[in-house]
Every structure is written in C-alpha cells, then in structure tokens.
Write a protein that binds this ligand. Structure first.
Ligand code: SF4
Length: 232
C-alpha cells in the first residue's frame, strides 16, 4: 500500500457507528448556505504531497467543511486561516481554499487528522480516536522516509500522535511531552534515521482565532520555523 492507496481505502471506513451516522446525516440535512452541494459525507483522506517533509496533524473534519468538500481543512474558517499562513511562508500555491477544484497545491506539506470523520460538536471520543489511530499510524509510517517535522494543531492531535510515534520506534522523552503553543520536542529515531521535530500550535478553530488566542502572525511564525526545520 502506498499513500495514494491509503487515501483511497480510508474513505470506505465505517468503523465508528456514531461518526458514520453523523457524517451521513449532515450530508443529507446540509446547511442552508450549501444546499446545492453534494456533501462528501465520508472519511477524509490526507491532503498534500506523498513525500512531504512537513506534516500537519489537526483534529477531525468539520461537519460543513471537509465533510462537505472531501478535502482536509477545506471549506471552513479554520482551513482559510491555515492556508493563508501556509501561503505566507511559501508552502501553498494560493492564499485561499474553497473546494477540491480550486487549484490549491501544497509544497512539501501534508495535512492530516487523527480522526477522519466529522464528529458531533467537533469532539471525537477517546474510543473513536483510538479506533482511527491505525489510519494515522499507517500514514505516518508511509511518510516516514521524507518526514522531518510535524506541526500538531491542538492537544487532541498531540495526544493522538504521541503513541503513534512511539509505536513507530521514535524515542519519547521519559516525561511525556506536554502540549502547548510553541512546544518543540525532538524525537530521535533508532538507527541512523534523522530526528523528527514536533511543534505544538493552537488549533486555528474559530474559538481560538476569534478570541485572538491564535493570531495569523503566530501561525505564520510556527510554519516559518517548521519550514526551516524541514528544509523547505
Ligand atoms: Fe473509520 Fe476513522 Fe471514520 Fe472511525 S473516524 S469511521 S476509524 S475513518
């Protein structure tokens, strides 16, 4: 299986009954502003080059964002905020994203999430996070040869990712690294593989961006640093 195949296979997953029901119900009920859309309503695969040096791990698709468009971080304010920052540091071909046909290209960056189906209230359960973990683990494993840095957007992604990296042979510090905006953890690998850098960053959720907890300059700064560490 390569990354492209994984992206295809994950879209068929129905392992979480609550999330399957929710993603499909949203796709039928829709939001009035998008009533002409045919919602995706399925698990959302990662987006970006399959030999990315920089990974971005979010939370889960938004009900009317990625669950509508079928592309990670596309179609909602979080995605707009993120893509604008990626464009600012030269990691995206355009500053906005609207749908899968908008021509957006990411340079050396791949966006993914620890939970691939839209959850009610944007809150997956720990059981759903654990059920979805093998998809993230497989993606990280396939990207490993090129992956140098992972920006983790929020504590949920941080907690989901650490066991994946441990199981993939990365040495975690004796004290479990704590999530925070600006957190930077270097994870050595066994053998002669290169270090992997984990950078913590607040999630660009509306709650964080509308209150100023996360500003555009803060996000740009994180990706500037990430791009430098990743050699992009
Ligand atoms: Fe499958 Fe993950 Fe969606 Fe659960 S959240 S149904 S494991 S893709």
């Amino acid at each position: 299986v390569d990354v492209a195949e994984l992206d295809s296979v994950v879209t068929e997953c129905r392992a979480c009954p609550r999330l399957v029901a929710w993603r499909e119900e949203i796709a039928v009920v829709k939001r009035a502003a998008f009533r002409d859309w045919e919602y995706w309503g399925r698990p959302v695969p990662g987006f970006g080059p399959t030999d990315a040096a920089l990974g971005v791990v979010g939370l889960a698709p938004a009900a009317h964002g990625a669950n509508r468009t079928g592309r990670m971080f596309t179609g909602d304010p979080s995605g707009d905020f993120l893509v604008k920052a990626l464009y600012e540091v030269g990691l995206a071909s355009r500053p906005t994203c609207t749908d899968i046909d908008d021509g957006l290209e990411l340079y050396g960056v791949r966006l993914t999430a620890p939970v691939r189906c839209a959850p009610p209230q944007n809150k997956p359960t720990p059981a759903e996070r654990d059920t979805c973990r093998p998809w993230l683990a497989r993606e990280i494993e396939l990207l490993a040869p090129s992956l140098r840095v992972i920006v983790v957007l929020g504590a949920f992604g941080w907690q989901a990712l650490l066991p994946v990296l441990r199981d993939a042979g990365r040495q975690l510090p004796p004290r479990r690294p704590v999530f925070g905006h600006g957190a930077h953890v270097v994870l050595p690998a066994a053998g002669d593989a290169r270090d992997l850098h984990l950078l913590g960053c607040y999630h660009p959720s509306l709650r964080n961006t509308s209150t100023g907890r996360l500003t555009q300059p803060m996000l740009v700064e994180v990706f500037d640093r990430a791009a430098h560490l990743a050699g992009l």
